[in-house]
Design a protein around this ligand. Sequence first.
Ligand SMILES: O=C(O)CCC(=O)C(=O)O
Ligand SMILES: [Fe+2]
Length: 349
Amino acid sequence: MAQPIELQPQAITVQELAAINSRQVPERYIREGVGDLDASFPVLDVPTIDLQLLASSSSTSGDELDKLRSALSSYGCIQAINHGITSAFLDKLREVARQFFALPSEEKKKYSREIGSIEGYGNDMILSEHQILDWTDRLYLILRPEDKQTLKFWPENPESFRGILNYYSTKLHVILEVLLKAMARSLNLEENQFLQQYGDQATMQARFNFYPICPRPDQVLGVKPHADGSVITMLLQDKEVEGLQVLKDDQWFNVPIIPQALLINVGDQAEIMSNGIFKSPVHRVVTNSERERITLAVFCIPHPDQEIQPVEKLINESHPRLYKKVKDYVSLYFQYYQQGRRPMEAALI
Ligand SMILES: O=C(O)CCC(=O)C(=O)O
Ligand SMILES: [Fe+2]
């Protein structure tokens, strides 16, 4: 996979910046002309989907499939409940993430990523001189396949971190299969149509996002607007602090928190496979002047050699083929991203 070209590493993490000066934000983080980011935004009523129902063959599962199709084609995301992971476990996972980011800087920096590489602990990569930076630090880890895990980046403190994260990835793998099958069935396709393209060599990559308290939430973003380059992304939100916003009908909406739910969103590659029926939503993260926020996004990404294209059965006269065949979409994604373009343009016919 081609790596992004990083101009220079950042000397200091956002968490350190926030600790040194709690009232000012360096200019490189300030966004002009984006309106008041701290304004009140309407709430997006993201549909809640019961995964147990989706997986079953009961008579109610048909309704749930309809709900799924409609949610993924209009919102591009769902709040998944009954996914088989207990709330107590999700709290434990949130807790080890909190403990990691609460460690002293020197301790966290043992896991620092290398320049130009995404895996490990660090902050927003500087890819161009004019880039406005995101108010966030991250810990990026490859979860699956297990032999691709780079353990030197996996925290040993707290002690339970690795075990908890591995258990979570096993659970997510099961959920992913349920979802991809249900997505295909919801479009009247044979249930393995998406799963086959996704392939058995796919990777799951975790990104822990830490958003320190920010003194200028009106002009600073936690994450700039983007759509994910994955097939799907599974996001564990902070239990108490909101921040994620989704663009729908040219308007930004807040995504509410359902503590026991996983927010699932369509990535660009599922939009391609579904010939544009499922929408990969543009989203961003706003900052908060009172509370820090921690989330965990897991990206499900096919192997770079795997070809991704619209399923044949979804192409017809009234729905002509919208996307080319793509391979290693994540590399394409970075090339376009660096030029400030929407990566999906690369796949359009
Ligand atoms: O932290 C969030 O709520 C979303 C993060 C996100 O969009 C991402 O990591 O791609
Ligand atoms: Fe995202």
